[in-house]
Design a protein around this ligand. Structure first.
Ligand code: CA
Length: 230
């Protein structure tokens, strides 16, 4: 997995540095801004994966930074607030901040929140379970079912099916499918894809000779049946 970038906006330099050092040790790339203006500029340049945002900042208030971020991005925001800033905290959450930590906080707690929020927001972008017709593909559990019955798929067959299911209606060449499977197989021949598709069809298609899920696109490759209504 590639390294996640966290932007820390905090005017108390000592806190900012401590947070930076701790999160870097946890495996994140961390950039620090000491004012709201600087934070907003860095946000636009860095496109970070998450923002740790102090609310009480000199100049541009943290809430204003959050508002600007939310106008164009869904980047997760964790607010740092003082116990006495309850109204700000509520305003921040209403503005779309994902979580908050009350000062004084432990670095371990902040790191746990960062991890949790990143996990939550990542999961939200890709559905874990894809349903097409009678077919259900559970990406997290690595299970596929047909009409409720668990399918006995090889790891490669599951990867191929999962790849198809994530891109319904899109036409793929054999070469592209081979590349998608590269981590699993060292095969280099496009014909290998044909044999995996053939095996998969025998397991998922009601009639493998007349497939309804994995469709042949003559002269090009294959495509997965589009979701209903597409
Ligand atoms: Ca502050």
């Amino acid at each position: 997995m590639d390294m996640k970038t966290v932007l820390v906006v905090e005017d108390e330099r000592e806190i900012a540095r401590m947070v930076q050092t701790y999160l870097m040790r946890e495996g994140y790339r961390v950039e620090v801004a000491f004012t709201g203006e600087e934070g907003w500029t860095l946000f636009k340049n860095l496109q970070p994966d998450l923002v740790v945002l102090d609310l009480m900042l000199p100049g541009m208030h943290g809430l204003e930074v959050a508002r600007r971020i939310r106008q164009g991005a869904t980047t997760p925001i964790i607010m740092l607030t003082a116990r006495t800033e309850e109204a700000d905290r509520v305003a921040g959450l209403e503005m779309g901040a994902d979580d908050y930590v009350t000062k004084p906080f432990s670095l371990r707690e902040l790191a746990a929140r960062v991890r949790a929020v990143l996990r939550r927001t990542e999961g939200a972008t890709v559905p874990e379970v894809i349903r097409v017709g009678n077919l259900t593909v559970d990406l997290a559990a690595r299970e596929a079912r047909l009409g409720g019955a668990l399918l006995d798929l090889t790891p490669t067959e599951f990867d191929l099916l999962a790849f198809f299911a994530r891109h319904p209606g899109r036409v793929f060449t054999r070469r592209e499918l081979l590349e998608a499977l590269q981590e699993r197989t060292y095969a280099t021949l496009p014909r290998t894809v044909d044999s995996h598709v053939k095996n998969l069809r025998h397991k998922i298609e009601p009639d493998p000779e007349d497939p309804i899920y994995i469709l042949t696109v003559h002269g090009v490759g294959y495509k997965f049946r589009p979701a209903e209504g597409e």
